[in-house]
Design a protein around this ligand. Structure first.
Ligand code: ADE
Length: 225
């Protein structure tokens, strides 16, 4: 999969996408991420990419021209399945969306800043608008990193044990059950006996019950679907 990201703050994306599982995915050539500085398409030598909003009001708006030129220029080399704009008023990101996006070939992600991007770019280029939650970030970069991470780890071959994403929270609309590691007794707090029993069938049943219980208590909405 290839993901291109347009931003005015490429530095914000570097670290989250260069470590751990994202690093492995990129090193293995399973995920290619290219970050593009919007100033490359600025309207003048000052690197201007934003301007005051029509109608008045505080805050700058990202201009249509640099964004349109960036999108069109990148689209000459790559046919994008989705042009995604990260915005708090987009559809709320969840595991289902991550699963869907992981099946695409090429994604283009636009990170907004200031008051957002000119509406005409949203109307004429953007095919999907994603929010990572009902709060406002300073820009779309951290949100884009969340989406790339959640999608990238689902690509076949990225996780060590290929099946392990299947048991993540939210797959099958269930939260993951509790997990324990050594020691079996830590400060008198004991690991449930069943996990030490060696009875794999019973352990699976226990994990499923715990997952259902946790989901019922914490996110009952998931069980409705
Ligand atoms: N940009 C600013 N806030 C955001 C959010 N909550 N989700 C996605 N993009 C954003």
């Amino acid at each position: 999969m290839r993901i291109d990201i347009i931003t005015v703050l490429p530095e914000l994306l570097e670290s989250p996408l260069s470590h751990s599982i994202m690093k492995r995915a990129r090193d293995k050539g399973l995920l290619e991420v290219q970050v593009h500085h919007l100033r490359k398409w600025a309207v003048n030598d000052y690197g201007q990419v934003d301007d005051y909003q029509y109608g008045g009001g505080a805050g700058m708006v990202m201009m249509p021209e640099p964004l349109a030129n960036a999108i069109e220029s990148l689209s000459q080399h790559t046919r994008y399945d989705e042009v995604i704009y990260m915005t708090p008023d987009g559809e709320t990101f969840n595991q289902g969306t991550a699963n869907q996006l992981s099946m695409k070939e090429n994604l283009l992600i636009i990170c907004g800043h200031y008051k957002g991007i000119d509406q005409r770019i949203r109307d004429h280029f953007v095919t999907k608008e994603i929010s990572i939650g009902d709060y406002v970030l300073s820009g779309g970069e951290l949100a884009a990193a969340v989406v790339v991470d959640a999608v990238g780890r689902l690509l076949p071959g990225v996780l060590n044990d290929e099946t392990s994403a299947l048991f993540d929270s939210f797959q099958d609309n269930l939260l993951a059950p509790p997990v324990y590691t050594r020691p079996a007794d830590f400060r008198g707090w004991k690991v449930p006996d069943i996990l030490l029993s060696g009875d794999l069938k019973k352990i699976e049943e226990w994990r499923y019950e715990q997952a259902v219980q946790r989901t019922t208590e914490r996110k009952p909405d998931l069980l409705k679907d």
